[in-house]
Design a protein around this ligand. Structure first.
Ligand SMILES: NC(=O)c1ccc[n+]([C@@H]2O[C@H](COP(=O)([O-])OP(=O)(O)OC[C@H]3O[C@@H](n4cnc5c(N)ncnc54)[C@H](O)[C@@H]3O)[C@@H](O)[C@H]2O)c1
Length: 439
């Protein structure tokens, strides 16, 4: 069965991890089994599809095989089921792409040290998909990237191989909206955008992805979906920068930011609360707007508001470490040898992900200033700072600290002991900063 031949109605979404009769014809290959690809593969498996997961990292494949991966509990249950099934397999062999009826690409789209888009993984994955593509296949790109990526990396190279979209193969873009660690908003409860390179592509991609989403919103072409994804995350980046600026303004005016935000959020329209923090982390907010900015720069189109917001977000960890040092200075605690604990180093609550986490820069800066830095994060056994491994500190309440920095609080964190610490800096400004000697 191929997607070009299949002309069924859209299947209804499935919420159960049991395997119903498959709404998805044939086999689906998911290329890239990270935070996005693995739950996507499991959702399709849960919806009844035969799945082959392809990843070039042996470490990742080993972690998947052992179930040692950062997933919501519901997805862990699906993984256990998938690992026991003949209908799901995981491999590093890229030629498996050629055995599938549909292929979903979910590889990373990071930025480099200069915050320039790094298209290496995506170009590599798409080149593999193009070279292994067979007539009748449906190919869906889900990685966040600049507008036009789907045509540049799939449609045009396929045509150069003699595979013409809509006639020989189907191609679509459908951005991922997963919010890792958020049990209230899983992909299965979130609408999904689909923009095909033609009507047949759109219909087939919508049919394939319907079991992974609450509903499918079809757009006119891949570029609209690509821009919508960039718009969504740029919106968040700008509003986070604004929340930081207005929280600092509130503090300067003697007000508690949390109370001000709670009050403003009672307005039932025209306001969505964003909260201050130590900076932005993870694979989306610090990276995605740079894909847009880079493309706009090349087109000589200015975006000063987005540029300023991204710069403000990037400076936030440095500002946070300056505030930490200022708290010590106010009590004349010498920085060399000062014992500083950072609570939570993941970039957000409920995940073990430290990619782009502001905590890493904050800890590096404080250590460079001479402080003795430790961290407590039950989800993150160790991090690497300046080439050196730093391990999670258990039972932090049994030690004494000159300063505790609240960076990320996981649901498993018990923070009752913080009442006894001499100095506290809550980077999310939910608790007022505390000093041993009141000002
Ligand atoms: N993580 C999120 O919260 C999130 C949310 C929405 C969208 N996205 C987007 O989804 C995409 C994937 O992000 P992620 O967080 O899952 O990335 P990730 O780094 O967690 O995982 C990507 C996986 O792809 C594998 N990989 C890399 N190159 C490959 C190749 N050429 N062939 C096969 N496998 C390859 C890696 O080994 C890794 O296991 C990105 O574009 C990201 O912007 C991420």
């Amino acid at each position: 069965m191929t997607f070009l031949a299949h002309q069924g109605d859209l299947p209804r979404p499935q919420g159960s991890s049991e395997r119903p009769p498959s709404p998805v014809p044939g086999t689906v290959a998911v290329v890239g089994l990270g935070y996005v690809g693995l739950p996507t593969a499991l959702a399709l498996f849960g919806a009844g599809a035969d799945v082959v997961g392809v990843d070039t990292s042996p470490q990742r494949l080993d972690a998947v095989a052992r179930g040692a991966v950062d997933l919501l509990p519901v997805h862990h249950a699906q993984l256990a089921c998938a690992l026991e099934s003949d209908s799901c397999r995981f491999t590093s062999d890229l030629s498996a792409i050629g055995t599938a009826d549909a292929v979903i690409v979910c590889v990373p789209t990071p930025v480099d040290a200069h915050r320039r888009p790094d298209l290496g993984p995506l170009s590599g994955a798409c080149a593999a998909v193009v070279s292994h593509a067979v007539p009748g296949q449906l190919l869906v790109l889900t990685s966040t990237s600049h507008v036009g990526t789907t045509r540049e990396l799939l449609v045009e190279p396929l045509a150069a191989r003699g595979l013409h979209v809509e006639d020989d193969v189907l191609v679509a873009f459908s951005p991922e909206r997963i919010d890792p660690g958020n049990e209230h908003c899983t992909p299965e409860h979130t609408p999904r955008l689909v923009g095909g390179a033609g009507a047949r592509s759109t219909r087939a991609a919508a049919q394939l992805l319907a079991p992974t989403a609450s509903r499918i919103h079809v757009v006119d072409r891949p570029e609209t979906a690509e821009m919508a994804k960039l718009w969504e995350n740029t919106y968040r980046a700008v509003n986070i920068a604004l929340a930081n600026e207005l929280a600092d303004a509130s503090l300067a005016l003697g007000l508690e930011p949390q109370r001000v935000i709670e009050a403003a959020a009672t307005k039932p329209y025209g306001f969505m609360p964003f909260y201050p923090g130590p900076g932005v982390g993870g694979h989306c907010i610090p990276c995605d707007p740079h894909y847009l900015l880079s493309q706009l720069r090349a087109a000589r189109q200015e975006a000063p508001l987005v540029t300023a917001a991204m710069a403000a977000n990037a400076e936030r960890p440095a500002l946070t470490s300056e505030r930490a040092l200022a708290l010590l200075a106010q009590d004349a605690v010498p920085v060399p040898g000062a014992r500083i604990l950072v609570v939570g180093v993941a970039y957000k609550e409920g995940v073990a992900d430290v990619r782009e986490s502001p905590a890493l820069e904050i800890m590096s800066r404080l250590r460079d200033a001479g402080a003795t830095v430790a961290y407590n994060d039950p989800l993150v056994p160790s991090v690497v700072l300046g080439g050196q491994e730093l391990r999670h500190t258990d039972a932090p309440h049994e030690r004494s600290w000159d300063l505790v920095i609240l960076h990320t609080t996981h649901p498993v964190h018990d923070l009752s002991w913080l009442e006894d610490v001499p100095r506290l800096l809550d980077t999310r400004q939910r608790r007022p900063s505390r000093r041993a000697v009141p000002a």
